[in-house]
Design a protein around this ligand. Structure first.
Ligand SMILES: Nc1ncnc2c1ncn2[C@@H]1O[C@H](COP(=O)(O)OP(=O)(O)OP(=O)(O)O)[C@@H](O)[C@H]1O
Ligand SMILES: [Mg+2]
Length: 303
């Protein structure tokens, strides 16, 4: 990709245009329809037939001249939880953020190679980054509810994407799916920021799923939570897996072992470029890894 092709528009830059698109259909099933991702009519053929959702080919991720991640070739299966583990600085967040063009917001960030989603190159300039981020949502390490009511947190994204259904129903449905409805149903008008950390994180998950994404990216979503709240999020991930594909970065080995189907182990070389050592079914990575580096990491001898 050339420098010119790097997209630097901020999140929401196309919001206005987006909101005016005929988008009532967007919140319907995305497994079976073709969705216009904006720009030059590039289409995402979400036929749901293939088990492969993302195909990453020869991906190198740079910040300026610094190569933070190198030579990634992998696929991500649909309706599965894929965990990314590895020592601090090996590029897990960098890689994750390229799955929904969150790095567009970092002017020096650029890539070579490609990430295809339902066969479409996500970083093709014709593809609308805002639509990409609606279909591929993100939950961050630190819960970040908007400084608005619980209800508004859910309705905000739906309004922007032109949701035409009943907003109160959407609020209830999203909060129920995120397993937080019972805790907040009597205080929907109170600020989201007044909830506990674990509740805020579930609110953020509810907000992410309210726009009916296809994928949820999670970057250490439980690192600020206690073990009980962490387990709640993990249970929630398992429930959501039927409807969404989840990619999660975690430093918590038990969490990766408990809560994922596939695990990707990354480390970095002397040039500090992160790379994938091994990827496979989680049970194999944790009980019978192919590489010594993986074995050392998962058994706590390294990192
Ligand atoms: N915005 C940025 N500008 C320049 N370099 C960056 C930027 N973000 C990350 N890096 C560099 O890219 C490399 C990978 O960072 P990244 O945050 O992806 O690692 P990580 O595996 O997520 O680490 P951690 O486990 O500590 O979160 C690091 O060397 C980091 O310093
Ligand atoms: Mg990180």
């Amino acid at each position: 990709m050339t420098e010119e092709q790097q997209v630097s528009e901020p999140a929401g830059a196309n919001v206005q245009a987006d909101a005016t698109k005929e988008s009532g259909q967007r919140v319907e099933s995305m497994q079976k329809m073709k969705v216009d991702v904006g720009g030059g009519g590039e289409q995402i053929a979400a036929d749901g037939k293939s088990d492969v959702l993302f195909e990453v080919e020869d991906l190198n991720c740079y910040y300026g001249d610094f190569r933070a991640v190198r030579d990634v070739n992998m696929t991500v299966p649909m309706n599965r939880i894929t965990a990314f583990i590895g020592p601090s600085g090996c590029g897990k967040s960098t890689l994750l953020r390229w799955f929904n063009r969150m790095n567009d917001l970092v002017p020096v960030a650029h890539i070579t190679g490609s990430i295809r989603y339902h066969g479409v190159d996500l970083n093709d300039p014709k593809v609308d980054a805002v639509e990409v981020r609606r279909r591929i949502g993100m939950v961050f390490q630190k819960p970040n509810p908007f400084p608005k009511s619980i209800k508004e947190n859910i309705m905000f994204g739906a309004r922007i994407s032109g949701y035409s259904g009943n907003l109160d129903e959407l609020v209830e449905k999203s909060l129920r799916r995120a397993a937080i409805w019972d805790e907040v149903k009597d205080k929907l008008d109170q600020p989201g920021t007044a909830l506990s950390g674990g509740q805020q994180q579930r609110l953020c998950i509810a907000r992410a799923i309210a726009v009916e994404p296809d994928v949820i990216l999670m970057d250490e979503p439980c690192s600020a939570l206690d073990p009980v709240a962490t387990l709640k999020i993990e249970e929630l991930m398992f429930e959501l897996r039927d409807e969404f594909t989840i990619l999660i970065v975690t430093h918590n080995m038990q969490q990766a072992a408990r809560a994922s189907d596939e695990t990707v182990f990354m480390t970095m070389g002397e040039d500090r470029a992160g790379y994938i050592v091994e990827k496979g079914p989680t049970s194999e990575i944790f009980t019978n890894p192919k590489h010594q580096l993986t074995e050392d990491y998962v058994s706590g001898r390294f990192g």
